[in-house]
Ligand binder design. Structure first.
Ligand code: SF4
Length: 359
């Protein structure tokens, strides 16, 4: 296993300086592009309903991420409570949109560091920070403690991509693997479905910064576990509401056709994705919609990544009332060491995509 990049920052004292600079941003919070300008050091809260201390809803080994993150022992997921978006179809709405219930999940920085070390002691291959955006300073503060106590796992930044470029610059060399969702290709959809202004504009700027930091090369260890790089997730929505083609064009033309993709079929209508409130999102994906999205990979010349099984919507629904195992263990469905991303026959012009066979 190669040494994660934050160790060098820790040894030079730079990591401590990053903590100080990030914490200063909390005094008039512009940690994400919402720019609420409240003083979170004094526990003032705004759009993300989050004060000074981090909120952790669950920490657990997880086997539902992309194969090179899961490895044999699982990704070390830390699910943060609350969120800076309000996605009407959020599958994690129990923890992302019920801030009053999440108050009991506030933890100290020492406790967050202990969770990281616990996941390492359980054999996880990385620390997978799920919805980290609104807690970036708190995470790096806990990481400093954990690094002092022996944490040596790569850090995965698993984000909705509504991140500020300024905060991301302070994560340069802290994060080993960027794992952003590019949710929509236009700002209007971001407003309609996630109640956020300028989503596509800000997310594309964030992805440019992530790409500047780590490029498109993926670095693996000898067991095929990802150590460094960028993997962009595209969740295919019903009725083409994510604008997959335009997002692929952005990624191909403004980043690289070699940027690794993760194409996701797991959409299931929950939360406010009802016929009455959001009719275009009120059903599961059709197989034809998913295969149309996969066809675009070859048509547009994308070269790298993974795709989910079409059936993944049937077993990808978490229940955070059991915080120790919020996702049913997908190995129960698919046998040991497998994930929802199934290696299968490769397409001729996209040889490194792992594509499930058509049904
Ligand atoms: S992190 Fe929270 S308080 Fe800060 S700008 Fe974003 S939504 Fe507002």
């Amino acid at each position: 296993m190669t040494e994660p990049s934050y160790i060098r920052l820790y040894e030079t004292g730079e990591l401590r300086e990053r903590v100080e600079r990030l914490e200063a941003m909390l005094a008039s919070c512009d940690i994400c592009p919402r720019d609420c300008f409240v003083n979170r050091l004094k526990d003032e809260v705004a759009a993300c309903h989050s004060g000074y201390l981090p909120v952790v809803s669950s920490h657990t080994p997880h086997f539902g991420e992309e194969p090179p993150l899961v490895g044999k022992n699982g990704a070390g997921n830390i699910f943060f409570g609350n969120c800076n978006l309000r996605c009407v179809y959020c599958q994690n709405f129990q923890i992302s949109q019920r801030h009053r219930e999440q108050r009991v999940n506030e933890v100290s920085f020492e406790r967050l560091a202990e969770m990281m070390l616990d996941l390492q002691s359980r054999g996880c291959h990385n620390i997978n920070l799920v919805s980290p955006t609104h807690f970036v300073p708190q995470i790096v503060k806990a990481l400093l403690i954990a690094a002092e106590r022996g944490l040596r796992l790569p850090i995965v930044y698993n984000t909705n991509a509504y991140d500020s470029v300024e905060a991301l610059k302070l994560l340069d060399g802290v994060v080993d693997i960027y794992l952003p969702d590019l949710k929509y290709s236009d700002d209007d959809s971001g407003w309609r479905y996630s109640k956020i202004e300028g989503y596509a504009t800000r997310a594309q700027a964030a992805l440019r910064e992530m790409y500047r930091q780590v490029g498109h090369e993926l670095a693996f260890d000898g067991d095929g576990v990802l150590q460094r790089g960028l993997v962009v997730r595209l969740l295919v929505l019903p009725n083409d509401q994510a604008g997959i083609r335009d997002s692929l064009l952005f990624l191909r033309d403004e980043l690289s056709p070699k940027v690794a993709l993760s194409i996701m079929a797991q959409y299931f209508p929950v939360n406010q994705a009802t016929v009455a409130r959001n009719p275009l999102l009120s059903r599961k994906l059709l197989a034809s919609e998913y295969w149309n999205a996969l066809d675009l990979l070859e048509a547009l010349g994308m070269e790298e990544g993974w795709v989910q099984e079409f059936e993944s919507a049937d077993y990808y629904r978490p229940d955070f009332t059991d915080a120790s195992v919020p996702f049913k263990d997908i190995r129960d469905f698919q046998g040991p060491l497998s994930s929802a991303y199934v290696p299968a026959p490769t397409l001729p012009k996209v040889p490194r995509f792992h594509v499930p066979s058509a049904t």
